[in-house]
Design a protein around this ligand. Structure first.
Ligand SMILES: O=c1[nH]cnc2c1ncn2[C@H]1C[C@H](O)[C@@H](CO)O1
Ligand SMILES: [Zn+2]
Length: 359
């Protein structure tokens, strides 16, 4: 059965992606061109070589070193035209890979090095997504892109970014997130922002349980009220393995409440959160029926795509179309757009496409 799943067929089926960073998904050729325009020095100027450099440099086994590579992408995303271009290309690249729904995140506070305001940064990115989505639809690859605004957890601008997200909620910003180095920067540092967002009936996810374990996940959910967990892979630390795995109280809570896990297999291997794709807890978490979703995190740093992440899981775990459909519907159910709109994509786009493949 597994042998019948071909990569090109995975590309063709509709996929939903909840965890993808705008500044982690640039085309290498675009980085080279934008860097030349602003005089930013890169580790390589041949696009293919630069692409390889990113993957190798991010392959460090440490989240902190992985994050250092973003200096080169953030440096070339400091003008409205660069942001708009990168967002347009992101929508086009995801659509060409068969992604029909994507939530793409970035941290506006990292794009203020020239003369843009926070609102101008967001407007440029939203314009790029709209442009790319319209072009993709015109070529037969419709995609809906929702934007998540991220605040950097080591910084102190989360309240401001949360307010920015709410200000743009009717023009494409569908959620909020915190990201950056996890150890030493617990989610509760940003409690004011999360409490504000709850009062605004807004949605948010929190990067937690990636480089740091259960306390981070516990805070994200029980103190901050996160709707979803960015990664959350370390929830396995609260599961005693065996013929009948035993869930601790936090793992049981996450599963009982159907809290979505935004798992990012390749990224986790690169940052050392897990040893290999085959050892990735996604196998166990799926067997235990957690609300598992599959994500890219940073397509540039991992040299990956949504189809490739799924293909890696097919190879490692022998998954077939029914598992790929399950991941896709899980993601779509967990999206931050309104319920009726999620349902429409599930019923009109995802289910009909997989119906032909799943027996
Ligand atoms: O996997 C990640 N964990 C924590 N932070 C991350 C990850 N991937 C990207 N980031 C950071 C670096 C980016 O500059 C920032 C906003 O997208 O988010
Ligand atoms: Zn991430």
């Amino acid at each position: 059965m597994v042998a019948t799943i071909r990569y090109e067929d995975i590309v063709k089926v509709p996929k939903a992606l909840l965890h993808d960073h705008l500044d982690g998904g640039l085309r290498p050729a675009t980085i080279v061109e934008l860097a030349a325009e602003v005089g930013h020095e890169l580790p390589a100027t041949d696009p293919e070589e630069l692409g390889r450099w990113f993957v190798a440099a991010a392959d460090s086994g440490s989240l902190e070193r992985y994050l250092e590579t973003f200096a080169h992408t953030v440096a070339v995303m400091q003008t409205a035209s660069a942001l708009r271009r990168v967002a347009r290309e992101c929508a086009l690249d995801l659509a060409a890979d068969g992604v029909v729904y994507a939530e793409v995140r970035f941290a506006p506070e990292q794009h203020l090095e020239r003369d843009l305001s926070l609102d101008e940064v967001v407007e440029a990115v939203l314009a790029g997504f709209a442009e790319g989505s319209a072009e993709a639809a015109a070529t037969g690859h419709p995609i809906r892109v929702g934007t998540l605004l991220t605040a950097m957890r080591h910084a102190a601008r989360s309240q401001e970014i949360a307010e920015l997200a709410v200000r743009h909620r009717d023009s494409g910003v569908v959620g909020f997130d915190i990201a950056g180095a996890e150890a030493g920067f617990p989610p509760t540092r940003h409690l004011d922002a999360f409490e504000y967002l709850q009062r605004e009936n807004f949605h948010f996810t929190i990067h937690a349980g990636e480089a740091f374990g259960l306390p981070s996940i516990w805070q994200a959910i029980q103190w901050c009220g996160a709707d979803r967990l960015g990664h959350g892979v370390r929830i396995v630390d609260d599961i005693t393995p065996g013929a009948e795995p035993v869930l601790g109280r936090l793992a049981a809570y996450v599963r009982d409440k159907r809290i979505p896990l935004e798992l990012c297999p390749s990224s986790n291997v690169q940052t050392g959160a897990v040893g290999s794709i085959a050892e990735h807890p996604i196998g166990l978490l799926r067997d235990l029926r957690f609300r598992v979703t599959v994500n890219t995190d940073n397509r540039l740093m991992s040299g990956t795509s949504m189809s490739r992440e799924m293909a890696l899981l097919v190879d490692a775990f022998g998954y077939g179309w029914s598992e790929l459909r399950w991941f896709t519907i899980n993601a779509m159910k967990s999206a931050f757009i309104p319920f009726d709109q999620r349902l429409r994509i599930i019923d009109e786009v995802i289910k009909p496409a997989y119906a032909e493949l799943v027996d």
